[in-house]
Design a protein around this ligand. Structure first.
Ligand code: SAH
Length: 252
């Protein structure tokens, strides 16, 4: 009897294995084939079956990665062979993860699929440095935005500067100078609290805190690099690192 294949588009969360969902763990345990992005912690593969085939489809900025069309083709082909395929993505598959494109390709090909949401970095990595992305009286909204657009264009920083929401910027480290410039030109005060967190929730996590005016220098001095998030807004003042830096300054 022919078994029907299926693709599970799985969010692996921001890094810490314990932030996987029970559904993600179940999907890993079921999968015959696992396609994994390079942002996903390899530790997560402890939940894969011993005989699962693991395929690395790296996508880190600048490096050679598997073309998207090829990934979509693999998903469809494996499912059509009757295999259970887990497509593991960092964070949530639908937040800057191209999960939408993969879902559409599967839908078009008539392949069964299931979406397993994950904790996006904008929630996980910000929590890791104790920044509540919304907070009564400080921020009544949060905007997730990418600092890196494929066609080289930029988000509307002026509109974002004036939105009054906490800004959580993904993939923004390479364009940090022009992002900060755009926000300042858009009317945001140079004193607005700003943070960057690299590898949030992982043992290698590092972060810096400053303001719109100082963040670039802080990031440079600390050599914060990808994968990192930038957080801008008053809620950054609640971060744990602020408290630590402040008490260090007080003690000095
Ligand atoms: N789908 C993912 C985002 C993919 S885009 C999600 O929902 O989180 C990749 C970007 O996410 C990185 O460039 C970085 O900006 C951010 N990112 C992912 N994991 C991160 C982490 N552990 N700490 C900080 N930023 C992270």
């Amino acid at each position: 009897m022919e078994t029907k294949g299926k693709v599970l588009l799985v969010g692996a969360g921001p890094g810490d294995v314990e932030l996987l969902t029970l559904k993600a763990v179940r999907a890993l345990g079921e999968a015959d084939v696992i396609l994994i992005d390079d942002l996903v912690s390899r530790e997560i593969l402890q939940y894969a079956r011993a005989n699962a085939r693991i395929i690395e489809v790296g996508k880190r900025g600048g490096c050679k990665s598997t073309p998207q069309a090829f990934i979509e083709k693999m998903l469809v082909n494996f499912a059509n062979e009757g295999l259970i395929v887990a497509r593991l993505k960092g964070g949530d598959p639908f937040v800057f993860g191209r999960g939408g494109e993969e879902m559409l390709a599967l839908r078009e090909a008539g392949v069964d699929y299931e979406i397993v949401p994950g904790i996006t970095a904008g929630i996980g990595a910000t929590s890791a440095i104790e920044i509540p992305v919304t907070h009564r009286s400080l921020s009544h909204g949060v905007t997730f935005v990418t600092g890196h657009l494929r066609d080289g264009s930029m988000p509307n920083w002026q509109a974002l500067a004036q939105s009054g929401t906490t800004l959580v910027i993904y993939m923004g480290i390479a364009n940090l100078a022009s992002i900060l410039e755009g926000l300042s030109a858009g009317g945001m005060s140079m004193d607005t609290p700003a943070a960057a967190v690299q590898a949030g929730t992982l043992p290698t996590q590092r972060s810096v805190i400053g303001t719109l005016g100082t963040l670039e220098r802080e990031v440079g001095v600390a050599h914060i690099s990808s994968p990192a998030l930038i957080v801008i807004g008053k809620v950054v003042n609640l971060a744990r690192v602020v408290a630590e830096a402040q008490s260090m300054r007080d003690a000095a």
